[in-house]
Design a protein around this ligand. Structure first.
Ligand SMILES: NC(=O)c1ccc[n+]([C@@H]2O[C@H](COP(=O)([O-])OP(=O)(O)OC[C@H]3O[C@@H](n4cnc5c(N)ncnc54)[C@H](O)[C@@H]3O)[C@@H](O)[C@H]2O)c1
Length: 326
């Protein structure tokens, strides 16, 4: 099958493309290579994808209707879309709000319109986020919980993407599946996220910022497990029974909430160097704890994460050292 993957030069997009190519799918990658973080890292991921037969790439912004229509026209064999392109990051949404509405709402709509008018899209899979749970305090977070209290614009735009998708599944019977990712880490990871930030600071002998005085927990999820979930749902589109819209929404996490200080401990251990801690208060828009109830995706597609942080972090650090020539 031919799959259009947006955000292909991004962290999760890159790994998703790798997995699809490895099983023989054709992949059309789209990314605007924006400078939110080091563009060289995005280009290096892309160069690895470009080496493989079956991969083609279009540099385009998903909110650009004309450009995306061109991509659609040039690739009439696309039968599934995985929309991972987004402006990510909670903290950046405090300073660059329009980047979020443009990529995560307008861009998401453009991709749904592409699916709608292609007439051939059998499944539209897209990234949402655990941040939609916002101020919720009931743990673990369940897809059955109400999510109408976002505490960041990022979360609000991700929730908007879910709601817009529901309307398209209802109106145009496009099978859509939304995935609420819980803190993803691993090789080729994002420089703005904890594992990478901690590793860089420790290597440079600089203090690491530890928010909420270290009293935080996250459902850290290894990227290979995430990709297994993405591909698992891709192959299981919601069925249209003529009554309910063909719409699924899942949590996808490691099913284990880890203490932030334990996560840092594994980074220190893998690097063989102690961190210098700089304890900071809770950041605006951040949440103290995340934990995913993954029973729905377990039940429907047999999703079963297999990588604890004791295994995943050394794998991340191994890549980090290699990538930075350490
Ligand atoms: N990494 C995580 O822990 C995490 C957690 C929750 C949700 N998510 C979601 O998963 C998806 C992938 O995240 P990631 O960690 O790989 O982030 P990433 O920033 O590495 O990847 C996103 C990619 O999309 C591209 N992009 C951004 N705006 C675009 C636009 N308008 N048009 C075309 N390309 C655009 C970027 O250049 C980037 O390469 C995102 O939707 C993100 O919100 C990630």
């Amino acid at each position: 099958m031919t799959v259009l993957v947006t955000g292909a030069a991004g962290f999760i997009g890159f790994h998703t493309c790798q997995r699809l190519l490895a099983r023989g799918d054709r992949v059309v990658g789209v990314d605007n290579l924006n400078p939110y973080y080091d563009v060289k890292l995005k280009e290096t991921r892309l160069a690895k994808l470009a080496e493989q037969p079956g991969f083609t790439f279009a540099k385009a912004d998903i909110s650009d209707r004309a450009a995306m229509a061109e991509v659609g026209k040039a690739n009439p064999d696309v039968t599934a879309i995985i929309n991972l392109a987004a402006q990510a990051g909670v903290r950046h949404s405090l300073t660059a709000p329009h980047d979020y509405t443009s990529a995560n709402i307008e861009g998401h709509l453009v991709m749904l319109e592409l699916a709608r008018h292609s007439g051939k899209c059998r499944h539209f899979v897209y990234a949402s986020s655990s941040s939609v749970y916002g101020a919720n305090t009931k743990l673990p977070f369940s897809v059955e919980d109400r999510v109408d209290s976002p505490i960041s614009l990022y979360a609000a735009t991700k929730r908007a993407g879910e709601l817009i998708s529901h309307s398209y599944s209802h109106l145009f019977r496009i099978p859509t599946t939304g995935l609420r990712f819980f803190t993803v880490y691993g090789p080729w990871g994002r420089p703005d996220m904890a594992a990478y930030l901690f590793a860089s600071a420790i290597v440079a002998g600089k203090p690491i910022k530890v928010f909420n005085n270290g009293d935080m927990r996250r459902d850290f999820t290894f990227v290979d497990d995430i990709v297994s979930g993405v591909v698992g749902v891709l192959d299981n589109p919601p069925v249209d029974n003529g009554v309910q819209p063909p719409y699924h929404l899942y949590n996808i996490g490691n099913n284990k909430s880890e203490r932030l200080m334990d996560f840092i401990g594994y980074v220190e251990q893998a690097l063989g160097k102690k961190a210098v801690y700089e304890f900071e208060p809770m950041q605006p828009g951040d949440v103290k704890e995340t934990a995913a109830d993954i029973s729905a995706i377990q039940r429907d597609v047999g999703f079963a994460p297999t990588t604890p942080i004791s295994v995943g972090i050394p794998r991340f650090i191994e890549w980090y050292k290699q990538y930075h020539g350490l």
